[in-house]
Design a protein around this ligand. Sequence first.
Ligand code: NAP
Length: 267
Amino acid sequence: MKVLVIGAGNMGLTYSEGMAKSPLLNRQNLMINDVSADTIATLKEISYFDAYEKLEDCLPQADIVFIGVKPYHADELFERMKPMLNKNQIFVSLMAGVTIDSMEKSLGMPKVVRTMPNLPAKVGKGVTSYTESKDVSRVELLMVRNLLDTTGESIHVENEDFINKSTGISGSGPAYIFYFMQSMLEAAQKMGFSDNDSRILVSNTFEGAVQLFNESDLSPETWMDRVASKGGTTRAALDSMDDNNVNQLIKDAAYAAFNKAVELGES
Ligand SMILES: NC(=O)c1ccc[n+]([C@@H]2O[C@H](COP(=O)([O-])OP(=O)(O)OC[C@H]3O[C@@H](n4cnc5c(N)ncnc54)[C@H](OP(=O)(O)O)[C@@H]3O)[C@@H](O)[C@H]2O)c1
């Protein structure tokens, strides 16, 4: 099985690195292509990539093609790809808002997997949602899943509506956590902690809370009750959040991202 990744940017490179470091592929079986000659020159110095500047030198040999360019580059890229494709190839899109139907039509190919990645894939802690066109077989889907899992975990969703929903939760989600962290950092700094101490306080609090959550079956709500005793400090903070409707505001934010993903997919 030969895999090609087109677009060696944030996401393309992240998935390439995940696959390169996994036992699934060796160097000969992982190809990477980008429009930038400088990027290709840099990649050629990295031993675990087989970097190609010209699409015609790598695309025809690929069994699975990951597409990691920005959505606004997709049409131009599809146009260039079209004459070099064959119907057995599987196209895995990392692009937000590009539908399976539009890829099938633009490429003239039936096997498409659409994903919604997220940024923690960079550190092997990503979550990728994915769904496929009807011509992708179970075995092919399993191969794709194994490749996606090299950057963390993946979940199969039944249709593209859930890809848009995943955008609202996991795709855009890391930014919501950073938003919360930024507020906590600003509060710590305002209280007089140094930048470094604020960072330690905030980042360990997030990491510790997530680990506690992951190592038990308890819901976040139960954990909140465990931390907050009646009349205590944590309850004062949680009451303040409830009074300000923070719970609803976070849900509204997730829906705003979901709705935007739907809108972008329709344009
Ligand atoms: N970043 C995220 O957190 C995130 C999350 C979910 C989904 N995504 C999706 O991931 C995709 C990639 O995003 P990104 O942040 O990785 O973008 P990026 O860093 O800009 O990477 C895209 C790369 O593709 C190259 N490229 C452009 N046109 C090309 C072509 N025709 N052939 C080969 N390479 C080409 C670009 O080169 P130039 O720079 O020279 O144009 C760049 O190196 C997007 O579609 C986005 O929707 C990203």
